[in-house]
Ligand binder design. Structure first.
Ligand code: PHB
Length: 397
């Protein structure tokens, strides 16, 4: 059995990128169908990162009157860089007049799913895209399998891969499942969620002799923290006491508030940019197009920035028959993507202890950190990049 649906834009992936894109398209009168292999509950409960740039927050507020970013989220006007036993605050508000918001991605997704489903958006959960056909025609289609095991074909004018780092759409855009530029790192993050009061008001990014740690928050009762670990580490191999000893030893100068750990995971990371972001009538956005290590807190923000550009390009193509912005999409998106790659790589390499690093490497790293915090130019670069470069406006400049 096979069912065929007709829509203007077939979006694979109901993450932040796919959902924001469907809203921007709907605002322009362009209908879309979203497919996602997960259930709504899985999408709403998967723990991901939590920092939103100021531009992302402004966009969410404009699109979604129900967003809880200002009630459940917390504005942060700075972060702390900790090294050689001392903390140095990077004051975003004073340096660049901008801030970031700590608002976990799954909360963003709860808001966006409610918004889109409330507006009647067609979202097919538990529907797994298998492949994309006809991207070099003006009738591309997604071939998928629905929750009941039936084939579903979505016929569209354009297909968007917002389907994450294991994207199925990518093969139709780059010609292969993996085709891209990438870099692996010789470490990963051990992440925990614990029941404890916050140990700091703002995030602490700590370079210590024993390796990197990040103190983040979730709410007055729940905290999120990470420490650098081996990519092969087994998250269940450490006792809670060992986890706390590791964390405490990596944030010298602060006594962390400890509490029961109710979630632990090992996050492997790498930098990736697909060789192509667009091929004919298909394009990639978000993690399908690129992944960044989490140290720069750029992942979700970069996905939203892609979508703002692509929505504008699809409006021109589908409402006015003007393909120029779609033709320019990859080059324009890549400017920001490579800046974000650079920032994420830089934060990662400046803060982590690479295995086999020599005393020279370590002392040079401290020199680099000191160069940043001692210089208004250094602090301002970090503040500008972390709070986010301005988003393109939705009207074309
Ligand atoms: C988080 O709170 O999960 C978080 C914050 C900042 C990062 C990465 C993750 O750079």
């Amino acid at each position: 059995m096979s069912d065929t649906l007709r829509t203007r834009v077939a979006i694979v992936g109901a993450g932040p990128a796919g959902l924001v894109l469907s809203q921007l398209l709907a605002d322009a009168g362009i209908d879309s169908v979203i497919l996602d292999s997960r259930t709504r509950e899985q999408i709403e409960t998967t723990i991901r990162a939590g920092i939103l740039e100021q531009g992302t927050v402004e966009l969410l507020r404009a699109l979604d009157p129900g967003t809880r970013v200002d009630t459940v989220g917390h504005r942060h006007d700075g972060v702390e860089l900790r090294f050689a036993g001392e903390g140095h605050r990077i004051d975003f508000a004073a340096l660049v007049g901008r801030s970031v918001w700590l608002y976990p991605q799954h909360e963003v997704l709860i808001d966006l799913l409610a918004l889109r489903l409330g507006a009647g958006q067609d979202i097919r959960f538990e529907t797994t895209a298998d492949h994309v056909e006809g991207v070099d025609t003006d009738r591309p289609r997604v071939v998928a399998v629905d929750a009941g095991g039936e084939q579903l074909v979505v016929d569209a004018d354009f297909v968007v891969g917002a389907d994450g780092s294991r994207s199925v759409v990518r093969a139709a855009v780059t010609g292969s499942q993996t085709g891209g530029y990438f870099r692996e790192y010789p470490f990963a993050w051990f992440g925990i969620l614990c029941e404890a009061p916050p140990s700091a008001d703002e995030l602490i990014y700590s370079n210590s002799e024993n390796g990197f740690a990040l103190v983040s928050q979730r709410s007055p009762e729940v905290q999120r923290m990470y420490f650098q670990c081996d990519p092969e580490a087994d998250p269940d191999a450490l006792s809670e006491a060992e986890i706390w000893d590791t964390l405490q030893s990596r944030v010298p100068g602060t006594t962390l508030h400890e509490g029961p750990i109710f979630q632990r995971d090992v996050l492997r990371f790498r930098s990736f940019v697909a060789h192509e972001l667009r091929n004919g009538r298909a394009a990639l956005v978000g993690d399908a197009a690129h992944t960044v290590p989490p140290t720069g807190a750029k992942g979700m923000n970069l996905a939203i920035a892609d979508v703002v550009l692509l929505a504008r390009a699809l409006r021109a193509l589908l409402l006015e028959g003007d393909a120029r912005l779609v033709d320019g999409y990859a080059a324009q998106a890549l400017d920001r993507i490579w800046k974000a790659q650079q920032f994420s790589w830089w934060m990662t390499s400046m803060l982590h202890l690479a295995p086999q690093s020599s005393d020279f490497d370590r002392l040079r790293q401290l020199g680099e950190l000191r160069t940043v915090v001692d210089s208004a130019a250094g602090r301002t670069y970090l503040a500008e990049a972390y709070t986010g470069w301005p988003l393109p406006t939705s009207h074309g400049d």
